[in-house]
Design a protein around this ligand. Structure first.
Ligand SMILES: Nc1ncnc2c1ncn2[C@@H]1O[C@H](COP(=O)(O)OP(=O)(O)O)[C@@H](O)[C@H]1O
Ligand SMILES: [Mg+2]
Length: 257
């Protein structure tokens, strides 16, 4: 297993507000990493830096050993952004059209899709079990179904790494379960490395292979191991709610080893 993502001394500020402070992180090919941390701790910012949407003020990001800013083709990276909106019923795009947008990087905005391209779109929809909905309007789907369509959109470029920013926010428990099953298959069978931001600290401990945690502008690696003290975690969150998590996750980690 080689390194697939490497952050070296990454710092980042929005104007004069420092959000990330000398972050170092290595992710190996095949990992499923959960990225947790309180609101505003910089999780989404870190993801945007890893996919090359934002440029660090200092430090560098390597994807497969190549600086992300020098990558002309970022099709190895799939990204499902934090859902800040929800399509309403009148949004005039079908499911298959939304998924086909994932091919624009390859095709350009106004190129017509070939038969093979539509085949790729269909396969991605099958992977997320949404093929039966391909002609439906995106706005008529539930939050969980929309989220699966966005995953399909990220899959059409055949990524090796998939970043998801809070994919379970606002979806019900059953949809969440379906989503985690899909992610598990993508990780184990399709061999896609997954980095998932979540606020769902309890639920993820048995779903991911490693938990890293952000707070106070820093990144704490391996928050789910015994090296990581309960006190530190409580300090990061600013309240002691997660005290049991540490113990719980350590047990899970031990069970997995
Ligand atoms: N575009 C932006 N311009 C200025 N400040 C921002 C911007 N985006 C995020 N921030 C600030 O940066 C900090 C980290 O934000 P974010 O990365 O979204 O955190 P998280 O995803 O952990 O909630 C927050 O204080 C947020 O208000
Ligand atoms: Mg966020």
């Amino acid at each position: 297993m080689g390194k697939i993502v490497e952050l070296k001394d990454v710092s980042f500020s929005y104007d004069d507000k420092k959000v990330l402070n000398n972050i170092n992180l290595t992710i190996d090919d095949g990992e499923f990493v959960g990225l947790i941390g309180p609101n505003g701790s910089g999780k989404s910012t870190l993801v945007k830096i890893m996919i090359g949407d934002l440029t660090p003020s200092s430090g560098e990001v390597l994807i497969n050993g190549i600086n992300v800013k020098d990558m002309k083709n970022r099709s190895v990276i799939g990204y499902v952004p934090q859902k800040s909106y929800s399509f309403n019923a009148s949004f005039p795009a079908s499911v298959k059209e939304v998924v086909s947008m994932g091919l624009y990087g390859k095709l350009g905005l106004f190129k017509k899709l070939s038969k093979d391209d539509w085949e790729i779109v269909n396969n991605a929809l099958k992977t997320v079990d949404m093929i039966d909905y391909k002609d439906r309007l995106i706005g008529n789907l539930s939050g969980g179904q929309q989220q699966r369509v966005f995953i399909a959109r990220a899959l059409v470029s055949d990524p090796k790494i998939l970043f998801l920013d809070e994919p379970t926010t606002g979806i019900d428990a059953k949809s969440e379960d379906t989503l985690y099953k899909i992610l598990d298959t993508l990780n184990k069978e399709n061999k896609i490395t997954i980095i998932m931001v979540t606020h769902d600290v309890w639920a993820i401990s048995d779903k991911v292979s490693r938990i890293v945690c952000m707070g106070n502008g820093r990144l704490y690696d391996k928050c789910d191991t015994l090296d990581f003290s309960k006190k530190e975690l409580a300090e990061i969150y600013g309240y002691p709610v997660k005290l049991d998590m540490h113990h719980h996750q350590s047990e899970n980690i031990n069970n997995r080893l």
